[in-house]
Design a protein around this ligand. Sequence first.
Ligand code: ADP
Ligand code: MG
Length: 384
Amino acid sequence: MPLVNQSGPNCSVLLQLFNRIDSTVTHSSSSALAKLGEFGLISRIVSGVIAHERVITGIGDDAAVTALSTGMQLLTSTDMLLEDVHFRRAWHDPYRLGRKSLAVSISDIAAMGAIPRWSLLSLAIPPDFSLDFVDDFMRGFLAVASENQVVLIGGDTCSSRSGLTISVTIMGEQFPDRIVRRSGAKPNDDIWVTGTLGDAALGLKLVEKAGFDSAQPPKSAQPPGSAVPTSCSQSGVEGDDFLLSRLLDPNPRVSAALALSEAGLATAMIDVSDGVLADYGHIAEQSGVGGCIRLDDLPLSADFLRHTVQLPAIPYQLALSGGEDYELCFTAHSSDREKIVDCVKKCGIAVTRVGIVTSSPGVTAVNPDGSPYIAKTEGFNHFT
Ligand code: ADP
Ligand code: MG
């Protein structure tokens, strides 16, 4: 089974996606999972887990025992990823799905200005899944764990009758005075974001447009006798590997978040998972303030802009409300502008001032011509 390139996005992202579609459900090996059983599978999952000095008792007992650093507090967060709600097997190859499952949880700990340390992984797996799928998923999960010095210390494993369910719990630690909450923004603070916005949302539009919204690749992409396209151009999304990798393989901004929290520069912080408009809205609500975001200042990637050249207007909707950016949105005193640029850029990450915190409630966005922007939707919401 070909393995997904671990070194980052390349031209063959879609080739890899196609390769995975067939390997997701392998009838010949459907009994492999059953033969292995729950405990065999757990042993297989944990075979790649490395020991760590902070983990006193890891996987194998009823509960894990870990040591907190002296003077630090524990931060805990949990996230679920449901098939056909958060991911589709036709789009998310197992390696990147494993990476993303942990990355989005790490992003929550980073958004508190804390150090990610330990994770728990619970999987409900349909019995007809191939072992290759589980192995590739775990390789991705453990690769992100190792990149962020996070240790897998436990979880739960069971079979599912309705798609793959992934639940990840993440724990981190930090000194109390370095923890950054959503509630600290003050009127006249600047609103900042790291990286660029809207790439993942545009990537999603592209895979939808290319017909990746079914369990099978589009017919036009299949060379005769094969489910695997011979080149990216057959996908219709050639050259968009950056946008796709932003969707499929987000990079939590841990170093920037820790640099900000250690320097005491962020007054409030959140990670952008539902779109900056909605996520800054949470900061505003919990801080008892409002905010104004300038569309002209939203950081947009070269790849994002390349697509907008053909459009009558820049699709600010994607950058404001598209979701899945996993960038940081934070507020800071206006006197700290230079320090912030220095601090975040040292981590190799771009940072942009996009607006201002207001004393009056409500979050508004302003068009480049100064007129108010009317958002179609405020971000992804599961029940609307
Ligand atoms: P229990 O019966 O106490 O719930 P389990 O038999 O479910 O224990 O799990 C045995 C050990 O394997 C525990 O330490 C648990 O945390 C760990 N474990 C189970 N599933 C996973 C998984 N998917 N990833 C990591 N650890 C797991
Ligand atoms: Mg259990």
